[in-house]
Design a protein around this ligand. Structure first.
Ligand code: ZN
Length: 268
């Protein structure tokens, strides 16, 4: 059984922004404007995802007999991810947007360390600059963006396990445009490439190995676009969970030097 934890930022959907999740240097006016934005967008999200953005993904993964799904969010104690849950997670899915900085550095480092030891990590859509991914990749994750465009997702690596059951390309009538330059280290492999009506292209499905862990970043999933209802998007996330599930664990992996060298049979 693959133990999947879906972590969701929840700020926009909650309709209220807690003081502790706001940047410390925000003025009173900026805070008021931000609160208003969050209040308005929560209604738009509910109209597209009545069970929540990640609720839709959780509903799909719960239909997979080989997965045990736990859904948490940042408004829960310990930011929804206490040590025990993190240590019992095989694959962590992460959706975040407006409060990346609210996550303590220490938690991001724990996630990074867990990936090094073998946990799979799947940051979705606006999680591109989230702290755990930055800690793993070492780059900003910045990109160009524009709301609401037609998107065609090209399957450019059809033999990869994550691409199984996915056609040559599929269409998303409305998705947020993410464009290059996407500030990431060169992926270990590129699975999907998105094209937008505005002419932009984007590396929308990228994988990396870090330590014994596998990472898959996937672009579709703007909170007011219906992408998570798309059967191919659901299938890709399902495939990615199976691909990212750990094949072995190294509980004491502090650095590669801890691995014991085999006896040198050829000396003398
Ligand atoms: Zn978005």
């Amino acid at each position: 059984m693959i133990r999947v934890t879906i972590w969701y930022e929840y700020v926009q959907e909650s309709g209220e922004l807690r003081e502790e999740f706001l940047p410390k240097d925000m003025s009173k006016e900026q805070k008021a404007g931000f609160q208003e934005f969050v209040k308005n967008i929560s209604e738009r999200i509910r109209s597209v995802y009545p069970h929540g953005v990640m609720g839709t993904v959780a509903e799909h993964l719960k239909t997979c007999e080989d997965m045990q799904v736990t859904s948490v969010n940042m408004y829960m104690p310990e930011y929804g991810l206490p040590d025990q849950l993190l240590n019992e997670t095989d694959v962590l899915i992460w959706w975040a947007h407006v409060a990346h900085d609210a996550i303590p550095d220490q938690l991001a480092e724990k996630i990074r360390d867990r990936v090094w030891k073998g946990m799979g990590f799947i940051p979705l859509h606006s999680a591109h600059p989230c702290k755990p991914l930055k800690a793993l990749l070492g780059t900003s994750g910045s990109l160009r963006w524009r709301e609401g465009d037609f998107c065609r997702v090209w399957n450019i690596n059809p033999t990869h396990p994550i691409a199984q059951g996915i056609p040559e390309s599929f269409e998303l009538e409305e998705e947020e445009m993410y464009g290059e330059f996407f500030d990431i280290p060169k992926p270990d492999d590129l699975l999907f490439l998105s094209w937008y009506r505005g002419g932009e292209v984007f590396r929308s499905g990228c994988i990396w190995n870090r330590g014994y862990g596998k990472i898959f970043y996937f672009q579709p999933g703007h909170e007011t676009s219906p992408s998570y209802h798309n059967p191919y998007v659901k299938k890709i996330i399902e495939n990615a969970v199976r691909w990212a599930a750990p094949v072995m664990w190294r509980e004491n992996l502090d650095c590669p030097n801890v691995l014991e060298a085999p006896e040198d049979k050829y000396r003398n």
